[in-house]
Ligand binder design. Structure first.
Ligand code: FMN
Length: 212
């Protein structure tokens, strides 16, 4: 059995390259509405969504984000920065921001647009983190946190990344210890160090299968 929601969830993939086709205000509004209707602790709604369509600002943002992901920020006609105010929900502000981001990614998918989640939130909130640098560019006040950047546009390519099968992920009644294959992140780290050592990638396409 399937339905439009399940299909949207299954079909969504991270899109790193976009066509130059602009995103209409009507479509952008539908995406932002999906963010607005996300759940949050005690309905605190601690969000602010910054819509970035200014080329120069996107250019500056792409410089502070790691080389591998910067292309999608420049490529996309629009980026949405999801900010949260921990004062409004000090317990779950990260989840609040994450759910709103995913709601927008799914809404985009359902109307023929694509997104890619750029993870910029810094758990340690270090001074020289990407999050801090982006906050400066976007003039986000100190007390607010930046959870994600979502480039938004018409996908240039269809992505096909797959998932683990359910039996690998689901246990019944209690956690069952199993042998875990080495983590994807470890593989990614090793691979990206190799790539950096050998050459500067000329396009995201070139490194995407191993990194993202
Ligand atoms: C919290 C989070 C952070 C992510 N950070 C990045 C990122 O910085 N750059 C990027 O290109 N993709 C990023 N992604 C996208 C994931 O790499 C991608 O979702 C994953 O590989 C699965 O691919 P799919 O989205 O195409 O199914 C992030 C995703 C999540 C949920």
């Amino acid at each position: 059995m399937t339905n439009p929601i399940l299909e949207t969830i299954r079909e969504r993939r991270s899109i790193l390259r976009f066509k130059s086709t602009p995103v209409s205000d009507a479509k952008l509004n539908l995406v932002l509405e999906a963010g607005r209707w996300a759940p949050s602790l005690g309905n605190s709604q601690p969000w602010r969504f910054i819509v970035i369509n200014n080329k120069e600002i996107k250019e500056r943002m792409s410089i502070v984000v790691s080389t591998f992901f910067s292309l999608s920020i420049k490529d996309a006609p629009i980026c949405i920065a999801t900010c949260v105010n921990p004062k409004k929900d000090s317990f779950h502000f990260i989840e609040d921001g994450a759910i709103a981001t995913q709601n927008m990614a799914l809404a985009a998918q359902s109307i023929g647009l694509g997104t890619s989640w750029i993870g910029v939130f810094s758990l340690l909130n270090e001074k020289n983190s990407t999050e801090r640098k982006l906050k400066e560019i976007l003039k986000i006040p100190n007390e607010w946190r930046l959870i994600s950047i979502l480039p938004l546009g018409t996908p240039k390519f269809k992505e096909t990344k797959q998932r683990k099968e359910l039996p690998e992920l689901v246990d019944l009644n209690n956690f069952r210890i199993r042998e875990e294959p080495s983590s994807n992140l470890e593989i990614i780290r090793k691979r990206s160090t190799e790539i950096q050592k050998t050459h500067e990638p000329s396009s995201v396409r070139e490194i995407e299968p191993s990194i993202v």
